[in-house]
Design a protein around this ligand. Structure first.
Ligand code: PLP
Ligand code: SF4
Length: 352
């Protein structure tokens, strides 16, 4: 998730569906079945929403190497008949994706350069990102990893082993961030195996999970997952990714309640996106809804300039203005930090 997150074009892990063979029993977990039933064809989603077929035709032509994937639980929160619905806009390919935009590149964060070894991205002091998989529960068109070569970057079982060895050897790390793709696309047994290794690494104190699954597929936060996270000796931080208040329905609220009970610190990161959340009223409503469901607004990212996402850009001056409006109308804890990720900097760059 942002680190956020996403993808592909290469081999096994570059597909947007669960990349691994499923263990027996896990196969029947409701979230697995829901993911299998997700919309994978823009036409199906258009039919479901009562949209003009032209929307699907445009989408089919623009999808390119970044597949269409939208769980039904997420689609159910979209307004029927509205081609400009803010949730739809995040996931429906548009003709603009195919238009080149100056400064928009395949790997805007230069992540390939920061791979500390297979499966591990190490940019900042004390913490490192473990790439658990290249897949996600939804494919967001603005995602900065839409072209990231996961298979070559070690987001594979063997890469993960090497990454865990590197974490064990680096005593400067206090926190590991499970990332991807979306780490909760990985099944409970495999997650448990990774977390056991982290638990057994004495210098680690915190486990962070960067995931959009509780938002797009809240059934993922089931008893099995809560059990796996709850057994860890590490303190837990779960960072979700929602951009618009309409994404946060009662099922999401329930999922967050289950995570809060672990206990876990719950945070949200959002991306500022043209046509989705580029108004002070929407951002304010997002913050208020997050707090209502027990989640602290953490980061508001300006867009990473990934190829195909230029039409989502909100200029930085406008972003600062929106942020100021939030500051003036919300309690301090409900105002996310406005950030940009600048390759080579020792932390995210705080714009406000
Ligand atoms: C964003 C990011 C983190 C986390 O940064 P915080 O400021 O701690 O949230 C860690 N590693 C990488 C590579 C990141 O991109
Ligand atoms: S959930 Fe969306 S934003 Fe996050 S990594 Fe996946 S595609 Fe990217």
């Amino acid at each position: 998730m942002l680190a956020v997150t996403d993808r592909r074009r290469t081999a096994v892990d570059s597909v947007a569906v669960p990349p691994r063979p499923l263990a027996r029993g896990v196969e029947t977990a409701p979230w697995r079945r829901e993911l299998a039933a997700a919309f994978r064809d823009p036409q199906e989603l258009c039919r479901f929403l009562g949209l003009d077929a032209a929307v699907a035709v445009e989408a089919a032509a623009a999808t390119g190497g970044f597949p269409f994937l939208v769980p039904r639980a997420f689609a159910a929160r979209m307004r029927r008949g509205d081609p400009d619905d803010p949730l739809l806009r995040q996931v429906m390919p548009r003709a603009e994706e195919a238009q080149p935009a100056a400064g928009y590149v395949a790997d805007p964060l230069d992540e390939a350069r920061f791979l500390a070894g297979p499966g591990l991205v190490r940019k900042y002091g004390g913490r490192a990102l473990l790439l658990m998989t290249g897949g996600c529960g939804v494919n967001c068109r603005y995602c900065f990893r839409r072209e990231f070569p996961y298979a070559e970057s070690g987001a594979t079982r063997r890469g993960l082993e090497a990454a865990l060895d590197a974490v064990a050897a680096d005593t400067s790390l206090t926190e590991v961030i499970l990332s991807g793709g979306d780490p909760l696309l990985v099944g409970d047994e495999e997650l448990a195996a990774v977390i056991e290794r982290l638990d057994a690494t004495p210098h680690l104190r915190r486990l962070r999970v960067h995931t959009r699954m509780p938002v797009v597929l809240p059934s993922r936060v089931d008893a099995g997952l809560v059990g796996v996270l709850g057994r860890s000796r590490l303190s837990r931080v779960v960072v979700i990714h929602a951009n618009h208040p309409a994404e946060l329905d009662d099922d999401v609220a329930e999922a967050m309640r289950r995570l809060a009970g672990l206990p876990a610190v719950l945070l949200n990161q959002a991306v500022l996106l043209r046509g989705v959340n580029d108004s002070a009223a929407t951002l304010k409503a997002l913050s208020e809804r997050l707090v209502e469901i027990g989640v602290v607004p953490y980061y508001l990212h300006v867009l990473d300039r990934v190829r195909g996402a230029g039409h989502f850009e909100v200029p930085e001056a406008e972003a600062r203005g929106l942020h100021r409006a939030l500051q003036e109308s919300l309690p301090g804890y409900a105002v996310p930090r406005l950030v940009r990720e600048v390759p080579g900097e020792p932390s995210k760059t705080w714009l406000a």
